[in-house]
Design a binder for this molecule. Structure first.
Ligand code: FA5
Length: 335
C-alpha cells in the first residue's frame, strides 16, 4: 500500500512535468484525484478494511490525496505565472471597475453589526421543501397563511423559498440550543409587482434561542441594527402582527425615508414602510427543531433587506434592483 501511494505521487509529478497548457494540467489532475481516480478507489476501499488496517492506512491515504491535490494545484498556479510573462502592461486596457450591489452593501453592514453581537452567519437553500418552508413553521397545508406567501412550486416537489425563515428549524436541528444565527438570502414570491413589491428579493433572518429571552432583547437588537445602517436614529413603530411561527408576533415599520413620512407611492401614502416582522419563537417550532420549549425560548425576525436598501439609498422603486442596469448600480460605491 505504502509503495503504491508513493508511486501515485511520483507518477503525477512525472506527467505534470510534460504539461504546458492549463487544460493538460486539469486533465492530469482529474486522472489522479478525480472521482474515478485510483486514490478515490483506495479511499473507498477503506471502509472494508479491518480496524487495524484502517488505523494504519487511514491518515496515510488521506494525506496522499491532499498531496496529490496540492501538487497539481501548485503546478497550475506556476503555469499561470509563467504565462503572465506575455502580459503587456504598457497597453492601455480599458478596465471598468465594478461596484457592489446596494443590497450586498446593506447585507454586509447588517451582518457585520450582528456578528459583533455574537450572531453566526449561516446559509440556507433557495430551493427548499414544503416541510421547512411551511410545515415545520406551524403552517400546515390548508393554513390560510400559505396564501400570503404564494410561490413557485417545482416539478421535483420542492419550492422556491418564500422567506429565510425556513432555516430556523434546520439550524435548530443542526446546532441545538443555545443558538444565535443570522441568515441573509434571496427569496421568491408569486407576487403582483409594484414600487415596493418584487417577486425576487432579499431577506435576513435573525434568531436567538436561549434561556429567559424576552421581546426587549429583540427590540434592542433591532435598534442597534438600524442605527448601524442609517448612522442615525430612525423613527420606528411596533404594531401587533400575525405569523403562525411566532407568538406573540409584531411588525416593525420605519418611517418612509423617501418622503420623510408624508406619504408617497413607495409607502402607499401611509408614511411607513414595513421592514422587520418578528416575535417570540412559537413552542411548536422549537419542538420541530428538537428543542424543549419548557427550557428554552427565543425570538426571530425577518428583515426585508431589499426594502432596507431602498430606504438607505432613497430608491423609489424596488424594481431597479433586479433590472441589471449598470449605469444605475454604478452609483453605489462604498467609501
Ligand atoms: C416573512 O417573510 C416572515 N418570514 C418574517 C418573520 C421572520 C416573522 C421571523 C417572524 C419571525 P413577511 O412576509 O412580512 O414575513 O416579509 C418580511 C419582510 O420582507 C417584509 O417586512 C418586507 O420588508 C419584505 N418583503 C415581503 N414581501 C416583499 C416583496 N414582495 N418585495 C420586497 N420585499 C418584501
Amino acid at each position: 500500500m505504502e509503495e503504491e501511494l508513493k508511486t501515485l505521487v511520483t507518477d503525477l509529478q512525472k506527467e505534470l512535468s510534460s504539461c504546458t497548457k492549463e487544460a493538460d494540467v486539469l486533465n492530469v489532475k482529474s486522472k489522479y484525484v478525480g472521482k474515478k481516480s485510483r486514490i478515490m478507489e483506495i479511499m473507498a476501499s477503506l471502509k472494508d478494511m479491518n480496524v487495524d488496517d484502517k488505523r494504519k492506512y487511514g491518515s496515510l491515504i488521506n494525506n496522499t490525496k491532499k498531496d496529490l491535490e496540492r501538487i497539481a494545484n501548485e503546478y497550475l498556479e506556476n503555469l499561470g505565472n509563467t504565462l503572465d510573462v506575455n502580459f503587456d502592461d504598457t497597453l492601455d486596457y480599458d478596465v471598468k471597475m465594478g461596484s457592489l450591489h446596494p443590497v450586498t452593501i446593506v447585507a454586509k453592514e447588517v451582518t457585520d453589526c450582528l456578528k459583533k453581537m455574537g450572531f453566526t452567519i449561516v446559509a440556507g437553500p433557495e430551493m427548499d421543501s414544503e416541510f421547512y418552508n411551511f410545515e415545520a413553521l406551524n403552517i400546515p397545508k390548508d393554513h390560510p397563511a400559505r396564501d400570503m406567501q404564494d410561490t413557485y412550486y417545482l416539478d421535483n416537489e420542492m419550492l422556491l423559498r418564500t422567506h429565510t425563515s425556513g432555516v430556523q428549524v434546520k439550524a435548530m436541528e443542526k446546532y441545538g440550543a443555545p443558538l444565535r444565527i443570522c441568515v441573509p438570502g434571496r427569496v421568491f414570491r408569486n407576487e403582483d409587482l409594484d414600487a415596493s413589491h418584487e417577486n425576487t428579493f432579499f431577506q435576513l433572518e435573525g434568531m436567538v434561542i436561549d434561556k429567559n429571552i424576552s421581546i426587549e432583547n429583540l427590540v434592542g437588537v433591532m435598534q442597534e441594527l438600524l442605527r448601524e445602517v442609517f448612522h442615525t436614529d430612525v423613527k420606528v413603530r411596533l404594531r401587533p402582527g400575525f405569523f403562525p411561527f411566532t407568538e406573540p408576533s409584531y411588525e416593525l415599520d420605519c418611517s418612509c425615508l423617501i418622503c420623510g413620512g408624508k406619504g408617497c407611492p413607495t409607502c402607499k401614502n401611509s408614511g411607513w414602510i414595513e421592514l422587520v416582522p418578528g416575535g417570540m419563537v412559537h413552542p411548536n417550532v422549537l419542538r420541530a427543531g428538537g428543542i424543549d420549549p419548557e427550557v428554552y425560548n427565543g425570538f426571530a425576525f425577518g428583515l426585508g433587506l431589499t426594502r432596507l436598501a431602498m430606504m438607505k439609498y432613497k430608491i423609489k422603486d424596488i424594481r431597479v434592483f433586479n433590472a441589471g442596469d449598470i449605469r444605475y448600480l454604478e452609483n453605489f460605491k462604498i467609501d
